[in-house]
Structures are given as structure tokens and as C-alpha cells.
Ligand binder design. Sequence first.
Ligand SMILES: CC(C)(COP(=O)(O)OP(=O)(O)OC[C@H]1O[C@@H](n2cnc3c(N)ncnc32)[C@H](O)[C@@H]1OP(=O)(O)O)[C@@H](O)C(=O)NCCC(=O)NCCSC(=O)CC(=O)O
Length: 520
Amino acid sequence: MTKVGVELQELIAAMEQRRTRVEQGGGPERLKKQKAGGKLTARERIEALLDPGSFLEMGTFVEHRGGRLMQGVDAPGEGVVTGRGTIDGRQVFVFSQDFTVLGGSLGKMNAAKITKIMDMAARTGCPVIGLNDSAGARIQEGVDSLSGYGEIFYRNAIYSGAVPQISAILGPCAGGAVYSPALTDFILMSEGSSYMFITGPEVIKSVTREDVTFDQLGGADVHTRRSGVAHLAYDGDEAVLAGIRDLLGYLPQNAHEKAPAHPTQDPATRMNERLLDIVVPDQRKPYAMHDVIHELVDDGTFLEIQPNWAKNIVVGFARLNGESVGIVANNPRVMAGTLNIDASDKAARFIRTCDCYNIPILTLVDVTGFLPGVAQEHAGIIRHGAKMLYAYAEATVPKVTLITRKSYGGAYLAMNSRDMGADVVYAWPTAAVAVMGAEGAANIVYRRDIQSSDNPDATRAQKIAEYKDAFDNPYVAASKGYIDDVIPMEDTRRVLIQTFEMLRDKEEARPYKKHGNIPL
Ligand SMILES: CC(C)(COP(=O)(O)OP(=O)(O)OC[C@H]1O[C@@H](n2cnc3c(N)ncnc32)[C@H](O)[C@@H]1OP(=O)(O)O)[C@@H](O)C(=O)NCCC(=O)NCCSC(=O)CC(=O)O
């Protein structure tokens, strides 16, 4: 071999040696500890997430900036692996925090690696996926690490609605670190091995004397059932990563595009006779709205978002004849499907998510009203309910509403009535649109007649029947044009598919503004 050839080989070997050192992260012992907890390493996670062989790493040799407390500290890869890859052939950018390197803590250059791929994602119009597993701000770097968080939060906010941002929580996510995921579109957590909180159990104990474990304070169960902070929980890293792939299939690459079509064998004209067994005409008998959704959508596949929080409303993604659609539906089985504070927040957020990513919205209505009660009023149901009204009115994507049974009062409007901007409103023959239920209405309107009657019960029953006759049906609303058609239940899938096809190229302008001022 020539002298030049030998020199070149030495340079290549040196590069490989450096690369291997970076790829080994915190070293074999720490990698073993990471895996002992049933978790994948940062690099294994990327491999499991992306299409095989598609990962292109960026910033491999980035190192920390030093500083007095970081002298002599070795941090291979700076505690985070970053780059691009594909999922189902579509480009995404990903960062994966490496807990084996200084606990995956976030310093200035660690943040610089993350913001670099966020910027590239925004410029190329691709989703960003963050795999979080970090002990938080790197204590040794002081204010530099806080600045790093700031640079990430800033981008989370300004890229919000431009490209989808998805956060997986696969380990600790504490202190300021929680606000990056919180600013993204979706948070997915692994059960038993991840947690999110602002201040940990020790600080809480010293301040409030409350005794609580990491999991009780901010585990997947807490955030997907009680706080509503996270959207989905899965058993283990692999399941979370598969969940991200699934979710991305319903989303476009960016705000300029539409979600990809997924051709289906499920016929567009499939009849829905099963609905006749699911929904009974008796307004007081609950039924499973999930069964209705499964019957209508392609292959019965529905990706429910936040399935265990505010269960009185159901939101999620499905497809109709291969096209992505966001579904918002009352759930008559929980709190009679009434709207409360959490349900309003959940629905409003989902509606806005659909709108910014060009996903048409199907609203299925069976609602008696907003939940009455002092607690709800004092906690600001007015402010929260207003978010739903705002979100529907603001949304310019195709919006189709189907009233399955009752639709009363303010909730009729909050569930995207014609006046609130629905493009098309349908009702089943079982539907009833009124200011309130017949019993309540008769008691108020005919109180004097009932009180002065020789037989108040008979008079009340007669007045209820009269009111039902007048309003407890879809035809009064249909006669005034508030409902476009009353359709046979078994023909619903075909009608919905054709309606969304009709609206596919819909455009709707809004007056100039800097941005709207949604009630928060
Ligand atoms: C996250 C943990 C519960 C994980 O506990 P474990 O027992 O699994 O792991 P561990 O403690 O051995 O930590 C693994 C390695 O990471 C290092 N390490 C942990 N936290 C670190 C941090 N914040 N900065 C720099 N290094 C850190 C440890 O020294 C150790 O190094 P080695 O492997 O060499 O031994 C704990 O590490 C922890 O409580 N860390 C501090 C969390 C924190 O307070 N962060 C700052 C938040 S303030 C913030 O973010 C801003 C704000 O909120 O305002």
C-alpha cells in the first residue's frame, strides 16, 4: 500500500473509532442498566421507529461546550441522538435522548442538536418526533441549559400547526423539560417506565408534606386518565413507537398538505344495518357510540385519542373510503354524554388539531346539554365550553355533522350546528332537536296549566306529548334548513363518504387578523 493509502486508512480508522465511541453512549454498564428496566436504548428506539436503513444521523460528533463544572466530563453524542429517517416512506426528523449519557440531561449543545433538526423539519415540511428520556436541565451547565430549553420551547411554539410534532415519554421528564412535550401536538407515554411532573416527590414532600411516588404523581395512568396531559399510553417502548407510526398515518407532512390516502377494500357503499340494533329510539336508553363509529368507518378501525380522559366525549382518527377524518362524538354511556369542562377542552383541542392539519371533521351528536352544577360553573364551564364553539367556528376544513338522537340547547350549537359553520348537517329519524328535553320544557312552559289542573300528572303527560310532537323530532329543524337531510341509518356510510368527497376541495376565507383570541 502506498504511503497515502496508509494515511487514508488511518484517518478512516480514527473516524470509525470516534463514531463507535459515540454510538456506545454512556458505555456498556449504563446501557445494561437502561435495558434492565425493560427499556430500549436511544439508538434502538430510533431503529424500531423508522423504516429499516432510513436513519441519517446529524451532529454525531457534537460535544458539550465545557464550562467550569464540565471540565473533563465525557458526554459521547452530547446525550441525544438526532437525525432524519422515514416512516412508511415519508420523511420525519427525530431526536432520541440518551439517558446513559449524563442522564440524558439537556445542556446547550444537546439543545443545539435538537433545534437543528427542528429547523430542518420546518424548512422541509416534515414531522418532528421527540423521544424523551432525560433527567432534565443539565445542572453543571446552569443558565446555558435553561437557555437550551428556551430555544426548544420557542420552536415548539412557532412550528406548532406548521408541521406535526409528536412526543414520546419513555423515561423521566421532569421540571422545565415537560413543557416541550406539552407544546407539541401529541404525547404518548410508556406505562410503568415514564413520568412527567413539574416538581418531584421530594420537593412536594418538603413543601406540602404530601407523600407520593413517581408513578402516582405523573405516570402514564395519571396523565391519560386524570390530568389529560398525555394522549395515549402503551405497554413498553416498542408499543409506543408503533403507536407513533400508526398516528402519523392519519396526519399530513405539514400544514400545506393533506393526509395520505390509504386505499381500502371496505366498500364505500357498504350498508349499515347493524346500526338499527345499536341505536334504539328511546332517548333515555344509552348505546355505545364507539360501536356506531366502528360500523361507519373503513374496516372498523378507529384510533381513539385520549380514550380514558373525559370519556363523555369521544375523539379520534379514522378513514372514510381511504381518507383521514377526525371524529368528535358524544358518548351517551358516560354522564349521559353531557359536555363538561374536560370534555370541552378535549374536543376543542382535537378540533384545532384537525383544522391545522387539513383533516375533515365528522361530528356525531347525541347530547342533552352542558353539565349543570355549582362546581362546573365555578370552575369556569363558560370559559371552557366557549373553546368548543370557537374551535368549530374557526375551523375551515370540511365539517359534517350527524345528529344521531338528541341535540338540545347550547350543546346543540357547541356540537357544530349549521349556524356554527357545519357545511352539511344530517340527522337520523331517531334525532330530536330542541331547546331542552320534553319533560323539562313542559314543566317550564306549561307550569301554570299543570298546577291549575284537576289532574296535574295527566296534564303534564299530555303537555310532554304535545311538546314531543312539536319538537322531539328532526323535521322541525329540517323544515327550517338547519338539517340538510334526514337519512336512513343503514345508508350512513355511503352518504358520509359522498359528502366528504363533495367537500374535498372546499376553501373558506377568514377576515385578516394577527391571530384569533380563543378563550383559554
Ligand atoms: C432523573 C432521576 C430520578 C433518575 O434517577 P436514576 O437513579 O435512574 O439515575 P441517576 O440518578 O443515577 O442518574 C443517571 C446519571 O445522570 C446524572 N444526572 C442525573 N440528573 C442530572 C442532571 N440534571 N444534570 C446532569 N446530570 C444528571 C447522574 O449524575 C448520573 O450520572 P452517572 O451515570 O455518571 O452516575 C435522577 O437522576 C434525578 O432526580 N435527577 C435530577 C433531576 C432534576 O432535578 N433535574 C433538574 C430539573 S430542573 C429543570 O429542569 C428546570 C426547571 O424545572 O426549572
